[in-house]
Design a protein around this ligand. Structure first.
Ligand code: PMP
Length: 305
């Protein structure tokens, strides 16, 4: 699906969508050192619009930049305000926001020298990342032949542009092989995450997700862990093997784009009874209640437009 819109926030002011262009010598374009976020805004019960967990996303953007020795020339509150304003300028009441921090043109070669650090914020309407029907019936996933980067090559706490080559290879392989998504193992062979989502399994009523050291610390992952604890569903963060997934009662993925997506099959093994499981359904429904402002306890996670 190609995306389009009206305005893009670029280095502090809005420019027309068609005029938001960059030079071909942009350093990030060549070498991949840049950082980004993916954030969603939802229509709320009372006909307003709210961005979900905006401060947490902006904090992770700054953490990603710090990990990569990039100094963002704006303060976090300025990025938060600009993200909200980008939604308004594009007349969107729900959708996806993409802040991107990149290194501009100037010097070439691996050392970016004093090239400018540039910031863009884009927003567009985006439906269900893995398809509307998948939210009910679940997706089919395959364990990738590609490993997740070793933690000391790709540091996992940052959302770094170039790291996504690994995700793209895994995602395309899965699609070409007739699956919807790729589950990736770490270099020790333990389950890490999907190409752009964290992964959970349910076995005997207990929710399990891999510990955070080889995965992106997903904001949806943290949300689901908190919602589960709230509902007295036990949550464990401990290593998961590939066959743990095969014999799970339920498996689901979490992410800003994918939200809470059930997995019905992995590597031709049916998961549970091959459809969305009851705990997945409960957590998915609670998640959509929270983002739509139907859970007063979690209003604190909403930044209204
Ligand atoms: N893992 C990876 C590799 C991702 O790209 C994402 C999407 N940001 C996630 C997990 C999920 O993170 P979040 O819930 O914060 O979107």
């Amino acid at each position: 699906m190609s995306v389009s819109g009206e305005k893009i926030w670029l280095d502090g002011s809005f420019v027309d969508w068609a005029d938001a262009n960059i030079h071909l010598l942009t350093h990030t374009l060549h070498y991949g050192l840049g950082v980004f976020e993916g954030i969603r805004c939802y229509r709320t019960e009372d006909d307003r619009s709210a961005v979900f967990r905006l401060p947490e996303h902006v904090r992770r953007l700054f953490d990603s930049a710090k990990i990569n020795l990039i100094e963002i020339p704006f303060q976090p509150d300025e990025i938060e305000a600009a993200t909200l304003e980008t939604m308004r300028q594009n007349h969107l009441t729900e959708g996806y926001m993409r802040p991107l921090v990149f290194i501009g043109d100037g010097e070439m070669g691996l050392n970016p020298g004093n090239n400018p650090i540039r910031v863009a914020i884009m927003a567009w309407a985006w439906g269900k990342y893995l398809g509307e029907e998948s939210m009910v019936n679940g997706i089919r996933a395959k364990v990738s032949t590609y490993s997740r980067h070793y933690v000391n090559s790709k540091m996992t706490k940052g959302k770094t542009c170039g790291d996504y080559v690994n995700s793209i290879l895994a995602k395309r392989e899965a699609l070409l092989d007739g699956y919807d998504e790729a589950v990736m193992l770490d270099t020790n062979g333990l389950v890490s995450e999907a190409s752009g989502e964290n992964i959970f399994l349910v076995r005997d009523g207990v929710l399990r997700t891999p510990p955070s050291h080889t995965v992106l610390d997903g904001i949806t992952r943290a949300t689901v862990c908190e919602l589960a604890a709230d509902k007295s569903i036990p949550v464990e963060q401990r290593p998961i093997t590939r066959d743990d997934l095969y014999i799970a009662d339920e498996v689901f993925l979490t992410g800003t784009a994918a939200e809470v997506t059930p997995v019905r099959e992995i590597d031709r093994r049916k998961i549970g009874n091959g459809t969305r499981g009851p705990i997945t359904k409960r957590l998915q429904e609670t998640f959509f209640d929270v983002v739509a402002g139907r859970e007063p306890k979690y209003e604190r996670w909403l930044s209204y437009l």
